[in-house]
Ligand binder design. Sequence first.
Ligand SMILES: Cc1ncc(COP(=O)(O)O)c(C=O)c1O
Length: 400
Amino acid sequence: MLTNRQLFLLHMGQTSPSPMMVEIVRAEGIYMYGPDGKEYIDLISGVSVSNTGHCHPRVVEAVKNQVDAYMHLMVYGEMIQSPQVKYAERLTSILPAALNNCYFVNSGSEAVEGALKLAKRFTGKSRIISFKNSYHGSTHGALSIQGSELYKNSFRPLLPETFQIGFNDEESLDAIDHRTACVIIEPVQGEAGVICPENSFLIKIRDRCTATGAMLIFDEIQTGFGRTGYMFALERYGVVPDILLLAKALGGGMPLGAFISSKEIMSALISNPVLGHITTFGGHPVCCAAGLASLNVIIDEHLVETCNSKSVLFKNELTHPLISEVRGDGLLLAVQLIESDYVKYVIGHAPEYGLILDYFLFCNNAFRIAPPLIISEQEISKACIRMKKLLDTAMSNAKN
Ligand SMILES: Cc1ncc(COP(=O)(O)O)c(C=O)c1O
């Protein structure tokens, strides 16, 4: 009989020649466990998904209750499904008043696609502006606005009339003009290696969009749900977008995405043509039940409030000759090393040290730390001790 490892390589489509290849049989809180019982500290949350940790009892209970009641009933937008309406109500109650209408989809990329279509439909314009080193997903539309040529070139032709300007580059904001349907931006760039906006950059973009009639889209797919020390990064920067994109932690560990706007803007999708944007599984009731339970955990367990002190703890503990900088807000951190060779070594050998770490797509001299927000101070110290041992070994071995 073949092992799961062999089956993985034989029958599963691969995304790279060097997958992590760690087999997990169980996960709980910040921990994952291998078939041999080996414990791994999850320092990336399945890439900013498991904000309330793995298998939080309240999330598991919500999933079980919903599975017992019903699973898929009908395509999105037709029937009144209690988990969807309750989650939409709860989410919009914690967002700025203008963001009062949720369109649920299945993933981040789909939220991006829906938002781009909504902006084109509402403004009647077609130009889309995004940012260098931005990541918005892998579907054709999302890829078209990605800020890295490396990933785009092999898949052309892509969407026309898409332009990438510099993040934190005020002068390039002139590119936003009366022909622009929308500007899409991650308020904190994730895959670029955690780059925060400077000098009121987001406010300047907001002003320019308002002046030209372009819609401002915030992609908070990675920054949402407490990750940066605020429930949403938009709170920190005092800017309300026309459309907000959520996914990843939105589903509490289940696949769910959403684009959120005002009722007036969202109504553009109702007609001309009718059914101009539809989805079979969008807002799956089990995913919405899980997402709502997870959001309630974030609020009830005060996970946003404790995020910044945990961030400081990581920054204080992570001192090492190989580390040149630990940057970022909340629990979305980039640990920059003095050379990219060390990053490769550290991420590749992390599982041996009981750690799960990961790369950034567009920043090869840093690795990511984005643990579940439930991580305790003791667990942060334990993780940092393991990381420093790993860095010590990297220092002596990476170049051999
Ligand atoms: C900022 C951002 N937008 C969009 C996406 C795409 O989301 P998904 O992988 O769910 O399609 C990601 C995924 O990493 C992301 O980080």
